[in-house]
Design a binder for this molecule. Structure first.
Ligand code: NAD
Ligand code: ZN
Length: 360
């Protein structure tokens, strides 16, 4: 089968031929219908050799959707032909967090060598994907896999971050979303769907600010001009919050400039979630941040949260903007992501350009 693999440190990913996997006991083979392109892939492919821990060659793709193609021995509860989404942060399934459905915080994944697809295990940017357990599949029903596959990360990750702050997001609350790409543009919609907050979106690119407004942000501002431009934006945001600052800031960039901005804009008692995988930190302390404000760095989301995100999509309250690419075009999708020219999420559709083999 064809697969998009990261093969050499520092080089672009390549489309290559690899053996079609065969499901072992308990495993499920999916014929991939869609796979999302995440900035985290860009991050891991930018790591130097001594920090790269995902194995080579690595078939990319941690957002996956497919139809069940074959079942390994003993698999029950799913049937061949069913359309499913893949819950990506695989865990052991037995520890305390896993038993709550929070496999993203599995206590044993590292020691047992359990890796998410596309982030250690072979990912979804291929004609077929092997899923380690049927519990990692969520029925998609008649939802479009291409429009839905980003829900597994670009939807789930912001949902998980926002839900934690939800008790604070009462009428009159003000939320700032920094970075309106794949995750950020879904975050804006989740905030509008499940909170009464005033939503303010920030991005360095004008078209992303426009996207934020079009998906429901009450206000959008371009950031990253000179210091003067920044302080004007900050003053406007402060004025919009009645001088109090932001109840919550969701930072989908995570560099020092954005975490500093978050720390300057957060209100007394407010919360900062650093979702973007960057080196930025927030120095929480009596003399550096407002009283009782806090900062955290959430990772991905839980299985029940993915079900909830799917319900939001099913009821039409969140819609992912997608740009569609074939598997052969996938390297180009990564170039476009790096250049910042993807609107919403890029999605790879392996069936678009080629005939696939029969795995059975
Ligand atoms: P993306 O490239 O689609 O979007 C990033 C957006 O941020 C773009 O619109 C870009 O213009 C904007 N931006 C860049 N620099 C900015 C700045 N200084 N100020 C304001 N806006 C800026 O990326 P994505 O796939 O949405 O991922 C966003 C981040 O979230 C990445 O760092 C990714 O690695 C991370 N991520 C984290 C998790 C997690 O579990 N914590 C999960 C998925 C992705
Ligand atoms: Zn991701």
């Amino acid at each position: 089968m064809r697969a998009l693999q990261y093969r050499t440190i520092g080089s672009a990913p390549e489309v290559v031929d690899v053996p079609t996997p065969v499901p072992g006991p308990g495993e499920v083979l999916l014929r991939v219908t869609a796979a999302g392109v995440c900035h985290s892939d860009e991050f891991i492919m930018g790591l130097p050799e001594d920090q790269y821990v995902y194995g080579l060659p690595l078939t990319l793709g941690h957002e996956g959707a497919g139809t069940v193609a074959a079942l390994g021995e003993g698999v029950k509860g799913v049937s061949v032909g069913e359309s499913v989404l893949v819950y990506g942060p695989w865990g052991c399934g037995r520890c305390y967090p896993c038993s709550r459905g929070e496999e993203n915080y599995c206590e044993n994944a590292a020691s047992e060598g359990i890796r998410p697809p596309g982030l250690g295990a072979p990912g979804a940017m291929a004609e077929y994907l092997l899923v380690d357990d049927a519990r990692h599949l969520v029925p998609l029903g008649d939802l479009d896999p291409v429009a839905s596959v980003p829900l597994t990360d670009a939807g789930l990750t912001p949902y998980h971050a926002i839900k934690k702050s939800q008790p604070l997001l009462v009428p009159g609350s003000v939320v700032i979303v920094i970075g309106v790409g794949g995750l950020g543009h879904v975050a804006v919609q989740i905030l509008r769907a499940i909170t009464p907050s005033l939503v303010i979106a920030l991005d360095t690119a004008e078209d992303k600010v426009e996207l934020a407004r079009s998906v429901g942000a009450h206000f959008g501002f371009i950031t990253g001009g000179g210091d003067d431009a920044m302080s004007t934006v900050e003053e406007e945001i402060r004025a919009l919050s009645g001088g109090r600052g932001a109840t919550a800031v969701f930072d989908f960039v995570g560099i020092q400039a954005t975490t500093d901005l978050a720390a300057r804009l957060v209100a007394v008692g407010g919360e900062i979630a650093i979702v973007g995988v960057g080196p930025g930190t927030v120095n929480v302390g009596f003399f550096s941040t407002p009283w009782e404000s806090s900062a955290r760095a959430p990772y991905w989301g839980s299985r029940p949260e993915l079900m909830e995100v799917l319900e939001l999509a099913r009821s039409g309250r969140i819609t992912v903007e997608v740009e569609r690419f074939s598997l052969e075009e996938a390297p180009r999708a990564y170039e476009r992501l790096q250049a910042g020219t993807i609107r919403g999420r890029a999605v790879i559709v392996p069936a678009d350009h080629q005939d696939s083999e029969d795995p059975s």
